[in-house]
Design a protein around this ligand. Structure first.
Ligand code: NAD
Length: 487
């Protein structure tokens, strides 16, 4: 255990609280299922609560869709596909997508508040990353809707039909946008299932779809748990399943879909290597490492959760990194100065605790920020493990929390070997002054996304996705259209 540094260079400088107002959320007490263009009560008559992880308070109750509800949603999507959407010209589909993008911008403050209340992520991130990027995806794919024949998929690329889309809780609105925007641009209709702990921003998005005048049934949003997701995967009326979530569930889904004609794309977990060479500019590197692992509490599939530092600079990088970790402000996600918010669920917090306990048990050196944590809610202080071996669980398994494992290397060859020593292959970062070295390393890394001298940069024009147990298929960019076209 390393002792925390006693004083930060900021000394007595403290930020005053700067809370965003929760009243901007305009939440309803309870939500039905969004089917056929309207909110309807579930056939199941079952509801569940969605909780603010920072306070434990119930935000709203939402419907739990069963097989009959999934059936209604798929039937609605099929009707909309056959009667309206498949014959709606690309120029018209584009107008709806532009309208949705503009409405997301207009309601951005409300959406950011809803996302932060339901997820626990800092308002600064929902406001500056999640919501603007969600709008950007609708804008971007609006541009493609009338140009599909020029996208390199043949003269007359055709949509697949009804897409069943299942998303996780770490970027709820953004993941909905990643799924819906390309599917609609390509001419498909959708049934979207948000994660059980973060359904609210998707339900506000349903209101936005109504505001945009999107024809009934083109998008259906059904809330529920794993049973709802499984029913959607099994439904014979679905032509394509797009899943983002854990590798375990992705594997199950792949088995279920294997004997059918359904198309499948899987965006799964990761254990990203962030590789720092001795010639890299250290100030930028420290910020890149911090952003790579503590952004969104580390609940990021492509998080730079394995730091690989060249041995010659490892001591200095670690010393400066720990000093920076001590400066992270952990606490109320609604405070505009907060860097690290709440952990989304008790189950996730327990997983983080279990794996960090293993880190200590297997002999790694633990450093945990001495920050004060709020009394109520679900929290985990930023943690860095050094002296990590490749065999340790914290070096191999996805922790999905604010926990960094630090390993060292001597040569570029060793860096590549260690980075590739993972069952995952989603994202990596390379930090070096030398372009030739960066390219040499990048060509040898087995990962879908490689960042150079930056980390966690997302853009709707850029494809994103993994290899090996991080899944297959791409979202974003021109490649993202392919997942929704019969090509
Ligand atoms: P999860 O797999 O537990 O759940 C994801 C979604 O699948 C939820 O909506 C859930 O209700 C549903 N689901 C659960 N069991 C199901 C089943 N048997 N059939 C159908 N649907 C089912 O994952 P999570 O904990 O919500 O999300 C965290 C995981 O998502 C992490 O592993 C993370 O790396 C991954 N993720 C990947 C990407 C990417 O782009 N590669 C992006 C974000 C998150």
């Amino acid at each position: 255990m390393i002792e925390n540094s006693a004083t930060s260079p900021l000394g007595a400088l403290r930020y005053d609280v700067a809370p965003e107002s929760a009243s901007l959320a305009h939440l309803r007490k309870s939500y039905g299922l969004f089917i056929d263009g309207d909110f309807t009560p579930p056939e199941s008559h079952e509801q569940f609560e969605t909780i603010n992880p920072a306070t434990g308070e119930t935000l709203a109750t939402v419907a739990l869709a069963d097989t009959a509800d999934v059936d209604r949603a798929v039937a609605s999507a099929r009707r909309a596909y056959e009667r309206v959407w498949s014959s709606t010209p690309g120029t018209e589909r584009a107008k709806y997508l532009y309208r949705i993008a503009r409405l997301i911008q207009e309601r951005s403050r409300e959406l950011a508040v809803v996302e932060t209340l339901d997820n626990g992520k800092p308002i600064r991130e929902s406001r500056d990353v999640d919501v603007p990027l969600a709008a950007a995806h609708f804008f971007y794919y609006a541009g493609w809707a009338d140009k599909l024949e020029h996208a390199g998929f043949g003269a007359h690329p055709r949509p697949l039909g009804v897409a069943g889309q299942i998303i996780p809780w770490n970027f709820p609105l953004l993941m909905a946008a990643w799924k819906l925007a390309p599917a609609l641009a390509a001419g498909n209709t959708c049934v979207l299932k948000p994660a059980e702990t973060t359904p609210l921003s998707a339900l506000v998005l349903a209101e936005i779809l109504q505001q945009a005048g999107l024809p009934e049934g083109v998008v259906n949003i059904i809330t529920g748990d794993a049973t709802t997701g499984a029913a959607l995967v099994e439904h014979p009326g679905v032509d394509k399943i797009a899943f983002t979530g854990s590798t375990e569930v992705g594997r199950l889904i792949q088995e279920r879909v294997a004997a059918t004609s359904k198309r499948l794309t899987l965006e799964l977990g990761g254990k990203g290597a962030n590789i720092v060479f001795e010639d890299a500019p250290i100030d930028e590197v420290i910020e890149g490492i911090i952003d790579g692992i503590f952004f969104n509490q580390g609940h990021v599939c492509c998080a730079g959760s394995r730091l690989l530092v060249q041995e010659s600079v490892a001591d200095e990088v670690l010393r400066r990194l720990l000093r920076r970790v001590d400066q992270l402000r952990v606490g109320d996600p609604m405070d505009k100065n907060t860097d690290v918010g709440a952990i989304n669920s008790l189950a996730q917090l327990e997983r983080i605790r279990e794996l960090t306990d293993w880190g200590e048990r297997e002999g790694a050196t633990r450093y945990t920020s001495a920050c004060a944590l709020p009394d109520k809610g679900l929290w985990f202080a930023p943690t860095v493990f050094s002296d990590v071996a490749q065999s340790h669980r914290i070096a191999r398994e996805e922790i999905f929390g604010p926990v960094l494992s630090v390993l060292t290397f001597r040569t570029p060859e060793e860096a590549v070997t260690k980075a590739n020593n993972s069952k995952y292959g989603l994202a990596c970062g390379v930090w070096s002054e030398k372009g030739s070295r960066t390219l040499w390393v990048a060509q040898r890394l087995r990962a879908g996304v490689i960042w150079a001298n930056t980390y966690n940069k997302f853009d709707p024009t850029s494809p994103f996705g993994g290899v090996r147990e991080s899944g297959f298929g791409r979202e974003g960019g021109r490649h993202g259209l392919e997942a929704y076209l019969d090509v």
